[in-house]
Write a protein that binds this ligand. Structure first.
Ligand SMILES: Nc1nc2c(ncn2[C@@H]2O[C@H](COP(=O)(O)OP(=O)(O)O)[C@@H](O)[C@H]2O)c(=O)[nH]1
Ligand SMILES: [Mg+2]
Length: 328
């Protein structure tokens, strides 16, 4: 399967070759890893990059693995979301509210110094959230930018008890410094090749405090036509369900279910796929060998006749049930 690497990858690779110090090399390898798409076709490349990172870590005299590796949070569940924002916006409070993780929540800034993952339940899937230090720290630690570039979606948390537009401007400018763009069209031109596009949700927090409603309106007026914008209170839980729904929409994923011939589908364990995935993609994601052995398949759902036989390139829809037939 071709790796299909985006132009930003080759740009990072070029800078990797030109880099002088092991530290620079590691940073660029981490960037390449963040940019590359993750699927079966890139497994080898992924392993290769990890090997090189280990090699240069050794050369740089730093402990291999150890501190460096521990800042890379491996993806779990259907998708990975980085919760980002300025100090005290309530990032840790949000992660503590919707996951089982227990990051420290405090009324003084810079309480969070390391990224902390937790799993958020949404209906029958789990979405990984990562609590992060305030975005201003990004300039001083090497792992911050790669962490954000690796995430599937950025959840920008804005404090609605302070000026929301000022916060957004600061956040966008810090992200731009990190070569992260929130505008898909802005990664196309020649001099913007280094920019990595990230899907984004803007969440206004502390809606329970005075002025929260007014600030949320300002935020929606300013950014509502470019991003999903919603208000929550991470403290009392208001708006959290709507936030989860919106996050799911932004992820652009679908859930399909498998059944055995003559059996019933297990609706508690969806196969999660990017929107637009085909039957072939589904088979591949369930098991590497399944695709090669696949004889034929039937699909229920999709507004089709139930149980109709479909070809490998049939595009699946949210909620479809598939029955894969392989020879005994
Ligand atoms: N009233 C109110 N306070 C909140 C809310 N979310 C967080 N806080 C408070 O804001 C402060 C900073 O929270 P924290 O999660 O540590 O912020 P972080 O620096 O972004 O991780 C703490 O005192 C929290 O109790 C909320 O929804 N409403
Ligand atoms: Mg925190």
């Amino acid at each position: 399967m071709p790796a299909n690497l985006p132009p930003q990858y080759y740009e990072a690779e070029r800078r990797f070759r030109e880099a002088k110090t092991p530290e620079e090399k590691i940073e660029l390898l981490e960037e390449m890893m963040a940019i590359m798409p993750k699927h079966k076709g890139t497994d080898h490349l992924h392993a290769d990059l990890r090997r090189k990172i280990a090699k240069f870590s050794e050369m740089s005299g730093k402990k291999t693995g150890g501190t460096r590796a521990s800042m890379t949070i491996s993806k779990e569940g259907a998708a990975q979301l980085a919760v980002i924002g300025l100090p005290n916006s309530g990032k840790s409070q949000l992660v503590a509210k919707v996951t089982k993780a227990t990051p420290t929540v405090a009324d003084y800034p810079f309480t969070t110094t390391a990224p902390t993952p937790g799993m958020m339940e949404f209906e029958n899937i789990q979405i990984q959230l990562i609590d992060t230090p305030p975005l201003v720290v990004s300039t001083s630690v090497f792992w911050f930018t790669p962490l954000l570039k690796r995430a599937d979606v950025l959840l920008i948390l804005v404090d609605l008890s302070a000026d929301p537009l000022e916060q957004m401007e600061t956040i966008i400018s810090l992200l731009t410094d990190m070569k992260i763009s929130l505008d898909k069209n802005k990664t196309q031109s020649e001099d913007e090749r280094e920019l990595v596009y990230k899907k984004t949700v803007i969440v206004g927090n502390k809606l329970d405090l005075d002025g929260g409603g007014k600030n949320l309106k300002d935020l929606k007026d300013m950014y509502g036509d470019r991003f999903p914008v919603m208000g929550i209170s991470a403290k009392d839980g208001a708006g959290i369900e709507e936030m989860k729904q919106t996050v799911y929409q932004v992820l652009d994923i679908i859930r399909v279910y498998t059944k055995r011939p003559g059996g019933r589908a297990d609706m508690t364990e969806p196969v999660v796929l990017p929107r637009g995935s085909t039957l072939e993609d589904a088979a591949l994601s369930i098991h590497k060998e399944l695709l090669a052995r696949l004889k034929f398949a039937r699909v229920w759902g999709s507004g089709k006749h139930d149980g109709v036989m479909v070809s490998r390139d049939h595009v699946l829809q949210e909620g479809d049930i598939i029955e894969l037939h392989v020879p005994k």
